[in-house]
Design a protein around this ligand. Structure first.
Ligand code: FUL
Length: 482
């Protein structure tokens, strides 16, 4: 067991995983034929003539995403119904056959361009399950799928993510496909080496539910078997009753603790993404206009996911106009307003930092205050417990603390406690398990001249690259404190 733990402490992320993790919060856009048929899963026999958004505006999508502080967007270029939002030359089931822009449009291009112009990273969802294509169920389908990947990965600039779900149902002829995952991955690595492959892929792990729940201890280092979980056909989602985005799947609650890793042969860096929809369904349904998640719900998911060593992929389904509905857009703007005011002023900026010990000047406690992601504090090798303290000249009020490990070195911290000095006594503020890329700690407002982080347990020489202190605006203080 000890052997496994010291190994676990040394597993590190790839450059593409770090770049993805730094996006933190990004959108899923489910848009396609289902938008016009009011369905969640199309059958594949829908006529392309149904696709005709009246006021499509990719810039509006981008502005809505940015208003909430998102840094990327993943578009459903093809969902299970097989209809392509770009004029693929490998099928005629595309927008080229639709009345939209007289069949001259390329929606993927418009979205990719708007993202680039607005500073968002762009990613693609391409459903391996295809209920339209007659090749589905044969090896020719795998070739077709790879050709489609090639089109998407060469024609639309840099792609940060290729998102594969595990659905594997029957095609139009009743056959199921044996997906050539390794062949798909090869194409992606060759054409977009910087892109992560998510969910049914080796880089980003599905958190296990689509309801927006995140484990309290979300480890990025897990047994290698987890990489294949969503690819197993029996696991494939069998129905979609429109409630799927609210189901909780609590299996395997613990996948990364010492106990969970004991006996695992291989360990990998496989960090979690939390994906859910702002509405009950993934696609737009007018009947759900009054079921848009509240700002408090969204904040709660944000703090669990981005604040709990995962990323947050939030689905925003555009309507038949081709616009994100006003109700969804106003939630996003309000969410963004609260987040940006919460994280505007880092009170730690003028604090003095000290630590129970540190490894030389290069890893001094001041490193947690310098804002650099490559600089970090570290104790001497062999030390597993430590304390870092921030002191101000005068009292400060705060209710939110952001901690970050230097994940390029690995994920090591297992148990922490935050305390502040009140009338000479160290008083507990909050306790957590993992930190990882980012832990946002939230607690009732405290006022003190001094706050400290006690690292109670770690796997090996812990690191800390950020210790930030904030006071949230009134709204979050009263409504979203955990
Ligand atoms: C699932 C699909 O079946 C849903 O329709 C949706 O696209 C979701 C994100 O993934 O597997």
């Amino acid at each position: 067991m000890e052997h496994t733990i010291s190994q676990a402490a040394k597993v590190t992320p790839s450059a593409r995983q770090i770049a993805w993790q730094e996006l933190e919060f990004y959108s899923f856009i489910h848009f396609g034929i289902n938008t016009f048929t009011d369905k969640e899963w199309g059958m594949g026999d829908e006529s392309p003539s149904l696709f005709n958004p009246t006021a499509f505006d990719a810039k509006q999508w981008v502005e809505v995403c940015k208003s909430a502080g998102m840094k990327g967007l993943i578009l459903t270029c093809k969902h299970h119904d097989g209809f392509c939002l770009w004029p693929s030359t490998h099928t005629d089931h595309t927008i080229a056959q639709s009345p939209w822009k007289n069949g001259e449009g390329d929606l993927v291009k418009e979205v990719a361009d708007a993202c680039r112009e607005g500073g968002l990273s762009f990613g693609v969802y391409l459903s391996p399950w295809d209920r339209h294509d007659q090749r589905y169920g044969s090896s020719a389908y795998n070739e077709y799928f790879k050709d489609q990947l090639r089109e998407l990965l060469t024609g639309y600039g840099d792609i940060f993510c290729v998102w594969f779900d595990g659905a594997c149902g029957e095609g139009p002829n009743g056959l199921k496909q044996v997906y050539d995952w390794d062949g798909y991955y090869e194409v992606i690595r060759e054409l977009q080496p910087g892109a992560v492959i998510s969910v049914c892929g080796p880089d980003v792990r599905w958190c296990g539910n689509e309801a927006g729940h995140c484990r309290t201890s979300e480890w990025s280092v897990v047994p290698a078997e987890l990489q294949d979980c969503e690819k197993i056909q029996e696991e494939s989602q069998q129905v979609d009753d429109g409630k799927f985005s609210r189901q909780v799947n609590s299996r395997n609650e613990d996948i990364g603790s010492r106990e969970a890793l004991a006996g695992a042969e291989n360990l990998i860096w496989y960090p979690a993404e939390v994906n859910t929809s702002i509405r009950p369904g993934w696609f737009y349904h007018p009947a759900e206009d009054d079921q848009v998640r509240s700002v408090d719900e969204l904040l709660d998911i944000y703090y669990q996911s981005v604040g709990g060593n995962a990323t947050f992929l939030l689905n925003l389904p555009p309507d038949c106009r081709g616009l994100i509905h006003e109700n969804d857009a106003s939630r996003m703007a309000e969410l963004g307003r609260i987040l940006s005011s919460t994280f505007r002023d880092n009170l730690a900026a003028d604090a003095q930092a000290s630590a129970s010990e540190s490894e030389g000047e290069q890893h001094s406690p001041q490193r947690v205050l310098d804002g650099g992601k490559h600089t970090y504090w570290r104790p001497r090798a062999g030390t597993e417990q430590a304390t870092i303290e921030l002191v101000w000249n005068e009292e400060r009020s705060f209710d939110t603390i952001v901690l970050k490990e230097h994940i390029e070195s690995g994920q090591r911290i297992e148990k922490i406690r935050l305390e502040c000095l009140e009338q000479g006594v160290w008083t507990p503020l909050a306790e957590y398990t993992v930190i990882g890329y980012k832990r946002i700690c939230r607690f009732p407002q405290a006022t003190s001249r001094s706050v400290r982080l006690v690292i109670e347990e770690s796997r090996w020489c812990p690191t800390l690259s950020a210790f930030e202190v904030y006071l949230s605006p009134e709204h979050t203080e009263t409504q979203a404190v955990e």
